[in-house]
Design a protein around this ligand. Structure first.
Ligand code: NAG
Ligand code: NAG
Ligand code: NAG
Length: 429
């Protein structure tokens, strides 16, 4: 089987624009969650039970902040939904990082895109519905459909750079980013492409989205006056997830292709495992059976024993049920066959304490953190973990990053509908 390595990273997150900016702030213990109670229309925002979110900071590029005009011309900005704009910026940074700017036709044909979103463009769906209801079909923009389709993120990337390899889009709720990277790695392994742009993007911080997630009782509601405390994975006082936006993109490349052009290799993609809970629309099975199966399959695919996993980036979104189910799954996998002796030897953190939950982009950005843990031998912290919940006995890297040699990392992603995926990465040797 052809081996797949990571040669470029790009990101737009609540901690800033650019992966170095995001990672440095994450490792330093900074927090990107803010209040949205002041946004307009204020009557809509203020009535929501949850008024906190992880928002991409707006401002100048030099300060690591977001401004669409730094990345797109006026026409592109108009044609592209926000999630596509973030995807384009993250792709530009990742390609720059990888030094991959193909001009030759055969190279363009060997480069593909696999990028998705969980929800896509809620903003235009909402405003167009209102305009249509009030004034009829002539108020519907000719750009409405292309702005709505989730695969247009991948489409715009291929058009901008001329990439003619596989052009694919995943939408599996909060597992989107992980599935996109996993599927893209298989396109390379099976010979469909030599280079893949892979990841996820999301921007749906809209009162309608927060209403929906509030009604399904998924969001944190107890910390509206103290936004930075609201996302607290594994903590006794966690009470729901915090919605966030952004994009994560990786450049995946066939090993010999990367070596031949002298590319810097961050890590190797070793394993990918998927499973379905077959249980409930939104709730996990209490014992974490689906999560367990996804991780087990990823490690089997990688040929790696549980005891050789140095760091797990958990999906843990700060919900009472979800964190407990994942914790059970991690415990049973890591203490089982070829596992470790004690729970305290398991290192696992949830970076959602700092960023919130980027939904369709979460799996991508968290895969990037798992890759950087390997590259820099640093495990990023779980913020706000002041009182570890009863029955949780792993090393959750509370409050501050920890240094450790990380040869192997695993990134978990789970989504509504009962879909679970795990990715395994290792140092390239
Ligand atoms: C990729 O998909 C998009 C959206 O369907 C399409 O517009 C674009 O032309 C495709 N690119 C290639 C190279 O096939
Ligand atoms: C990482 O790999 C190196 C080289 O194979 C090995 O010497 C070291 O013990 C490993 N570290 C851990 C933490 O497993
Ligand atoms: C698998 O996916 C489901 C989808 O609802 C998710 O809620 C759950 O957390 C995942 N499984 C487990 C047991 O963690």
């Amino acid at each position: 089987m052809r081996r797949v390595v990571v040669t470029g990273l790009g990101a737009v997150t609540p901690l800033g624009v650019g992966i170095r900016k995001t990672w440095t702030r994450l490792v330093a213990g900074d927090n990107g969650i803010v209040s949205v109670a002041h946004l307009t229309p204020s009557a809509k925002w203020q009535q929501l039970p949850s008024t906190v979110a992880g928002m991409v900071p707006v401002g100048r590029k030099e300060e690591g902040k977001w401004q669409a005009s730094d990345w797109l011309n006026k026409g592109e900005e108009r044609r592209m939904a926000k999630f596509t704009q973030y995807a384009i910026a993250a792709t530009e940074m990742a390609l720059e990082d990888a030094g991959w700017r193909p001009n030759k036709q055969e190279d363009k044909e060997a480069t593909g895109v696999c990028l998705g979103s969980g929800i896509g463009n809620l903003e235009d769906l909402y405003s167009t519905s209102i305009a249509y209801e009030k004034e009829g079909y002539k108020k519907v923009s000719p750009l409405f459909v292309p702005q709505l389709l989730i695969n247009l993120g991948a489409g715009h990337i291929s058009m901008k750079y001329g990439f003619q390899g596989p052009n694919h889009s995943v939408t599996t709720a909060c597992t989107t980013g992980a599935h996109a990277i996993g599927d893209a790695s298989r396109f390379i392994a099976f010979g469909d492409a030599d280079v893949m742009i892979a990841g996820g993007s999301e921007s749906c911080i809209h009162p309608l989205a927060l209403s929906g997630f509030s009604r399904s009782r998924s969001l944190a509601t107890l910390y509206n006056d103290d936004p930075k405390s609201s996302s607290r994975p594994f903590d006794r006082d966690r009470c729901g997830f915090v919605i966030a936006e952004g994009a994560g993109v990786v450049i995946l490349e066939e090993l010999e292709h990367a070596k031949a052009r002298g590319a810097e290799i961050y890590a190797e993609v070793r394993g990918y495992g998927c499973s379905g809970d077959a249980y409930h629309m939104t709730a996990p099975k209490e014992d974490g059976a689906g999560a367990h199966l996804a991780m087990k399959r990823a490690l089997k695919n990688a040929g790696i024993r549980p005891r050789d996993v140095d760091y797990i980036n958990a999906h843990a979104t700060s919900t009472p049920l979800g964190d407990a189910a994942e914790n059970s799954a991690i415990k049973s996998l890591m203490l089982g066959d070829h596992g470790v002796n004690k729970e305290s030897e398991i290192s696992v953190s949830s970076t959602k304490g700092a960023l919130g939950h980027l939904l369709g982009a979460a799996g991508a950005i968290e895969a990037i953190f798992s890759i950087l843990a390997i590259k820099d031998n640093i495990m990023p912290p779980t913020l706000n973990l002041q009182n570890i919940d009863d029955g949780f006995r792993c090393n959750y890297i509370p409050l501050a990053a920890q240094q450790k040699e990380v040869n192997v990392s695993v990134s978990n992603s789970f989504g509504f509908g009962g879909t679970n995926a795990s990715l395994a990465f290792s140092k390239y040797k």
